[in-house]
Structure formats: structure tokens, C-alpha cells
Design a protein around this ligand. Structure first.
Ligand SMILES: [Zn+2]
Length: 388
């Protein structure tokens, strides 16, 4: 059984990649570097990422997603029936190309740099998605480990592009069944290997909650496939995640929802409080919700008081996209506000999101990321004195 102190410090997933790793990743993608040649470079990067987190005082560590191009595209390497396409390539297949292009520009999204997995055949797990990553971190540390996996809703929505996928999956619901099986198998494999915490990333849920069926979509996937009403979409998301985690014991499960992490320009990122999502969060059978609260965009923690009393919160208390380092007082203040609604042992401290969600677009340097993690640790120590 894993143990950790009160107010454990953890990460949402990614850390920036070193220039050497990025270079190797590009060469691998271009077919100029084999998987075997890439492995020692990624292993070295993971070693550094883990050491950095340990030195900063992170209690539950990740591998910094150093093997991945981004937090969901990496699955193409482990699954048959899926092809990676840049947003620029996808432009040829979306229904309204001009609108999609305008949207990418308005949102400050580099269409060439962000790649999306698309279903082009039956989805079959060729090998585990992240078990190898877990084993790579476990070889470097005795600390408990968190592995982030793409959420079932994100995967289903982003991978199903009608013109390319409909032959094998006439509806996104049909694809959802295979995605659930894929993720549940992975969750069980990680649990059996000793992983402490699996976090499912569902960054598009806020967009779904705020946008009507015909409103402007985020680039990530909403523009790519048809969408029903927000209520239907969110119920679909609840159903998918519950089928993945239902009855699985012996591992902590979490769900991460943010508002985009592709730009340092706050104004282009989604905003809005979590209120509309609370009824859906309440029905999700994950133990923890990993939410962003470091910027004003996410509103107040007061809405979390409406969640069932057993839900833990991974509280986002530093902005991964800014150069300013949050103060200990700021972080402690956020936790104090949440303590009106949760017990001390239900609150985890983490950044709002990853520091390098998209390999080609890190939102911070390793130096700043480390400083931010260190302040999280300092704040945790203050809180531990107060609540031990
Ligand atoms: Zn995020």
C-alpha cells in the first residue's frame, strides 16, 4: 500500500523536454531514429525528470511524459487502427475548413506542431499504453508514481473523424466501447504493476460544458466530429469514465479537467467556473478531481462544496504557463479556502496542468517548473505543521 504525507505534492503529468530529447523525438517521428535508438535518450530524460521532482519535494512523481509527443497522441505507438495527423493535415477532412483554420489562428494554435490521433481501422491494443513508462519511472525511484492516461471521452471524441473512421465505427459511441476496453485493461495492468495513481485527462469537458452544439469549438477535437447537446455529451463522458474505473480497487483514480494549456496567452484559453460540471463530476466514480485553480479563469473553489463528501481534490495552485513564481501564502490561502469543504487528507497540491503538454510547445523552462514545484513543497510543509 502506498503512503504519503498530508497535502501530498504531485504533478499533472508533463515536464518540458530537453533540446536533446526534442531533437531525438523529431528524428524518430521522421523515421530517422529507431525506437531502440530513442529509448536510451528517453530513459535518460526520465531519470533527470524524476531526480528533479525528488529534489523539489514532489511526493508522487511522474516521468514527465518524456516518451510522449503529447498527452494523448502517444497511443498511436501502442495501438493498431490509429494514425497520427497534424492539425494541418486534418484540415482536409474537417467539414468546415475555413472556419477551422480561422479558429486555429484565433486560438493561437500551431497547426503544424500539434498532432491528433485519428481512427482509420479497428482499434486494437498491440502492447500496453503506459506500462513501460511506469516501469521506467519505477526503476528510478521508490516514491509513489502517477501515470496520466488520456480520458475515454477525449480519446473517443478526438479520434473519431467521420470521413476517416465511419467505416469501422459508424458512431462515436461504437468507438467508445473499444476505447473503454483499451483504458480499463491499461488501468488494471498499472494497478497490478504497483502504480499508485492513474489520472485520466479530460481537458475538453469545460469546452463541452460552456459551448452549445453550434458554438465555437476548441481546436483539440470538438471541431473534428459532430457534437450533441452539452448534457448528452457530458453524460456520455460520465458513462465512459465509469465503465473504465468501475469496481477497480487498489489504485487511486483521478480525472483532470483544465481549460487548455497550449498558449501562454491567457486571453485565448477557455474560461469559466466548474459549476456546470459539478453534477457530472459527482456521478463519476473516480476518487479525485484534479482541477486548476491558480488563475482567475477557473472561478472559485466554493463550487467544490457541492461535490459528494468523499471526492478528493488535486488542487491546481500554480500556473504552469507563467514565469512568476507563486508565493507560499498564495498557495496556503487557496488550500485554506478549500478546507471549508474538504478534509486535510483529501487535498493534494499540483500545478494547474502539465509544463510541457505538447512536446513542441513547452509552456515553461525546466528551471521555472522546478521553482514552482519547490514552492508547492514549501506550502505543503507549512500546511503539515498546521494540520498534523
Ligand atoms: Zn490540463
Amino acid at each position: 500500500m502506498h503512503t504519503w504525507p498530508l497535502f501530498p505534492v504531485t504533478v499533472v503529468g508533463s515536464l518540458p523536454r530537453s533540446p536533446a530529447l526534442l531533437n531525438a523525438l523529431r528524428r524518430k517521428q521522421a523515421g530517422r531514429l529507431s525506437a531502440a535508438e530513442f529509448a536510451p535518450i528517453a530513459t535518460q530524460a526520465v531519470q533527470e525528470a524524476v531526480a528533479l521532482q525528488e529534489q523539489a519535494g514532489v511526493d508522487i512523481v511522474s516521468d514527465g511524459e518524456q516518451w510522449r509527443d503529447n498527452f494523448y497522441s502517444f497511443i498511436v505507438e501502442h495501438v493498431d487502427g490509429v494514425r497520427l495527423m497534424s492539425l494541418a493535415e486534418l484540415l482536409d477532412y474537417v467539414e468546415n475548413k475555413a472556419a477551422f483554420e480561422r479558429l486555429l489562428n484565433a486560438l493561437d494554435v500551431p497547426a503544424f506542431a500539434i498532432k491528433n490521433p485519428v481512427v482509420i481501422g479497428p482499434v486494437r491494443r498491440r502492447e500496453p499504453l503506459a506500462l513501460g513508462e511506469y516501469q521506467g519511472v519505477a526503476a528510478q525511484t521508490t516514491r509513489p508514481i502517477k501515470i496520466a492516461l488520456p480520458g475515454p471521452y477525449l480519446l473517443t471524441r478526438s479520434m473519431w473523424v467521420k470521413r476517416l473512421s465511419a467505416e469501422d465505427y459508424p458512431t462515436k459511441e461504437a468507438l467508445g466501447n473499444d476505447v473503454v476496453a483499451l483504458l480499463r485493461a491499461e488501468l488494471l495492468a498499472l494497478r497490478d504493476a504497483g502504480c499508485a495513481f492513474v489520472q485520466f485527462d479530460e481537458p475538453v469537458l469545460t469546452e463541452v460544458a460552456f459551448a452549445g452544439p453550434h458554438a465555437t469549438h476548441t481546436f483539440m477535437c470538438a471541431a473534428l466530429s459532430e457534437k450533441s447537446s452539452p448534457e448528452e455529451e457530458l453524460s456520455f463522458a460520465v458513462d465512459l469514465i465509469n465503465r473504465v474505473v468501475q469496481g477497480v480497487e487498489g489504485i487511486k483514480t483521478g480525472l483532470h479537467v483544465c481549460r487548455g494549456n497550449w498558449s501562454r496567452q491567457e486571453s485565448v484559453l477557455l474560461q469559466g467556473a466548474y459549476d456546470p460540471l459539478i453534477p457530472y463530476f459527482s456521478r463519476m466514480q473516480v476518487q479525485q478531481l484534479v482541477l486548476e485553480y491558480a488563475t482567475e479563469r477557473a472561478g472559485s473553489v466554493e463550487v467544490l462544496g457541492d461535490l459528494p463528501p468523499d471526492k478528493e481534490i488535486g488542487l491546481g495552485v500554480c500556473n504552469p504557463r507563467s514565469a512568476d513564481i507563486e508565493s507560499v501564502e498564495f498557495i496556503v490561502g487557496k488550500v485554506h479556502a478549500l478546507l471549508r469543504h474538504r478534509q486535510p487528507e483529501q487535498i493534494y497540491l499540483n500545478p494547474d496542468c502539465g509544463f510541457g503538454t505538447f512536446a513542441e510547445r513547452p509552456v515553461n523552462s525546466m528551471e521555472v517548473a522546478t521553482q514552482k514545484l519547490r514552492v508547492l513543497y514549501q506550502a505543503a510543509e507549512v500546511l503539515r505543521q498546521e494540520y498534523r
